[in-house]
Ligand binder design. Structure first.
Ligand code: M6R
Length: 616
């Protein structure tokens, strides 16, 4: 999961590449590099560290040229250092490549190439691609890439240049994303749309095993057999400003504050009177009617959205649902068949495990519905039907607005499924769900100043943590529809503040985790009004009796909870319990954000992570 870009045109290629990489940095940020064709030379500059290190270096010693490729890395093979950073040369330094993915047979390729005299300098799998292309090169870069593809196993998107063919870039993909940006007198390839949006809104999505051959004037796409293919150009509707911070300190904070608008847009687009419509969905109502069971499969935050959807679908549409992480589902020989609907949920639409789970499910005859945010992504294209969340680009590694968008779409899908199966229209459902945007806005309005209550709690936690020699941690408890939010809150905190945090169903406390409670952990208790509210109050008493420090997420005006004397209370607007997860998660996101801010961490680009996990 790295970001790659290629540019050919009349502009200064280095500048275009570095700007494009800044839009792709969310995909990996442990090193970055560019290869630019300058006159008859092929110059590579690459640096360990964030893109800013490379940018500073290029400022001091610029490379002029009109064609080049660039890369931002998330290490798989070989530690992050200058040598392992991309681009990689072939041994004659005539070819340079950038790669996103994993070459599974690279050790075999390496042995074969070393026997032929090729010398490897890095520890990466990617370097084998450069030498392989070189070994197949007979004066035509596209043909050399095409022949090399036949010998490569694994997932990859690559871009290659040859100094003897200035102005030409060849790209290829297999299970890793690659798009083409069509400009005026210039063309681009990239891992994702934001990298080219400063220059063009016209894109072409490359399909698996396709090869693109471009120069500033022409873009040719070939199938694996070498035959030319006609591809459809797509006009991107959103703006690059949506991928900018717009005055917020971090993308994560901006994306948290976008949630009322995101929810509102989804509801406006999808609800017509008492009906829900999914115009792009190719799975028919008749097919949905025949569904006997549903499996929801996803990773990370998207998996948590799936766990919440289980409550909604079972309650509203009365179809049995089970939820699985993609990495487990794909290797378990899951019991799915043509009467099963498999719903895969993915913000990026490129998560390798989810994509593999989708394929596994389709092979077994199940219909697969994808809930995706990124248009034209691999998961969206390979599924039988897709519903887009239209949350706009999510740049911060920690997912926030994509999660609430997934929740809202899944609620609406539960309603849609119920009507497809002949249930009576429930106007209460539509009325209640429509109150979500106002509730989210009301909640966020309380936290728009820098010195808000949640920021204050975070600062107190920080002091407490330092005073106890970094010994404190977090436990998140929730029940019923808000149990998945307990794990989501814990995930948010650990991924950006590196503090140990565990999410648990509160009823399970007495079966083990209660042993953790003393004065050390801070316990976030989701205690909003609902079916298990009273039970949650009892759990709170059990924690208090053992000295735990509690942050309660409560329903506004809850006097009873205040009487239980918890240390901290965060109030949320009153909302029907089924829909409350979409509101309750917001203070959890803010808490994680402000704790990480107290520690001074890099919130948008936390260590060891990348936005989309396109490798296993
Ligand atoms: O793009 P996807 O929704 O498929 O990504 C799934 C997970 O990798 C993702 O949600 C991850 O857990 C986030 N960093 C959580 O904030």
């Amino acid at each position: 999961m790295c970001g790659i870009i290629g540019y050919t045109g009349k502009k200064n290629a280095t500048q275009v590449l570095v700007k494009g990489l800044s839009r792709l940095e969310y995909r990996g940020y442990d090193s970055a590099g560019v290869a630019v064709i300058r006159d008859q030379e092929l110059v590579i500059r690459k640096k360990k560290g964030k893109l800013s290190v490379l940018r500073d270096d290029l400022k001091k010693d610029p490379i002029q040229g009109k064609t080049g490729i660039g890369h931002t890395r998330w290490a798989t093979h070989g530690v992050p250092n200058d040598v392992n950073a991309h681009p990689h040369y072939d041994h004659k330094e005539k070819i340079a490549i950038v790669h996103n993915g994993i070459i599974e047979n690279y050790l075999d390729l390496k042995k074969m190439l070393e026997r032929k005299g090729y010398k490897f300098v890095s520890e990466t799998d990617s370097e084998a691609i450069a030498h392989l292309i070189s070994s197949n090169y007979k004066g035509d870069l596209r043909k050399a890439v095409q022949d090399s593809a036949k010998q490569m196993e694994g997932s990859y998107s690559i871009a290659a240049v040859h100094k003897g063919e200035p102005g030409r870039i060849v790209g290829m993909r297999n299970d890793s994303p690659l798009i083409i940006g069509i400009g005026e007198g210039e063309n681009f390839i990239a891992s994702d749309i934001p990298a080219v949006l400063d220059y063009t809104k016209k894109v072409v999505y490359l399909d698996n095993k396709e090869i693109v051959d471009l120069n500033e004037k022409t873009v040719l796409v070939y199938g694996p057999n070498g035959r030319k293919k006609k591809k459809k150009e797509v006009e991107i509707k959103w703006d690059i400003s949506q991928a900018e911070k717009n005055g917020f300190r971090h993308f994560m904070l901006k994306e948290i504050f976008e949630q009322p608008e995101v929810i509102k847009n989804i509801l406006e687009e999808r609800i017509e009177k008492e009906n829900v419509k999914f115009d792009e969905l190719k799975i028919t109502k008749n097919q949905l009617k025949k569904t006997k069971k549903i499996a929801i499969v996803a990773c990370g935050t998207a998996y948590h959205a799936g766990l919440t959807a289980q409550y909604a679908i079972e309650e509203v549409a009365k179809v049995p649902v089970w939820v699985d992480t993609s990495s487990e589902f794909r290797y378990r020989d899951p019991l799915v068949d043509k009467e099963t609907l498999v719903i895969v949920v993915s913000q990026s639409g490129e998560t390798a495990d989810t994509l593999a789970a989708l394929r596994e499910a389709r092979e077994k005859g199940a219909k697969v519905l994808a809930i995706c945010n990124v248009l034209g992504s691999s998961i969206a294209r390979e599924a039988d039907g897709v519903i887009y969340t239209h949350a706009g680009p999510e740049i911060a590694v920690a997912s926030t607005k994509a999660y609430t968008a997934q929740l809202v779409v899944l609620y609406l899908f539960a309603y849609y499924l119920a009507s497809a199966r002949g249930s009576k229209k429930n106007s209460g459902f539509i009325k209640e769900i429509k109150s979500l945007p106002a509730a989210a806005k009301k909640l966020l309005d309380q936290y728009s100043s820098k010195r808000n209550k949640i920021a204050k709690y975070a600062s107190e936690f920080h002091e407490y943590y330092l005073a106890r020699n970094n010994k404190s941690c977090f436990l998140y408890l929730g029940r019923n529809v808000n149990y998945p939010n307990a794990i989501e809150g814990a995930l948010k905190l650990k991924e950006i503040s590196y503090i140990s945090a565990e999410g648990y169903p509160a009823g399970e406390m007495k079966h083990g985790p209660i042993a953790l409670i003393d004065e050390n952990p801070w316990v976030v208790c989701i205690a909003v009004k609902g079916a298990t509210y009273e039970k949650m109050l009892s759990n709170i008493q059990e924690i208090k009796a053992r000295g735990g420090i509690i942050i309660a997420i409560a329903t506004e005006g809850d006097a009873k909870l205040k009487k239980s004397k918890v240390e901290y209370v965060i109030e949320t607007p009153r909302i029907k319990e089924l829909f409350s997860p979409a509101i309750v998660v917001i203070p959890l996101q803010l808490l994680a954000y402000y704790v990480a801010a107290e520690f001074g961490y890099d919130i948008d680009q936390p260590r060891n992570l990348a936005k989309s996990v396109t490798v296993e």
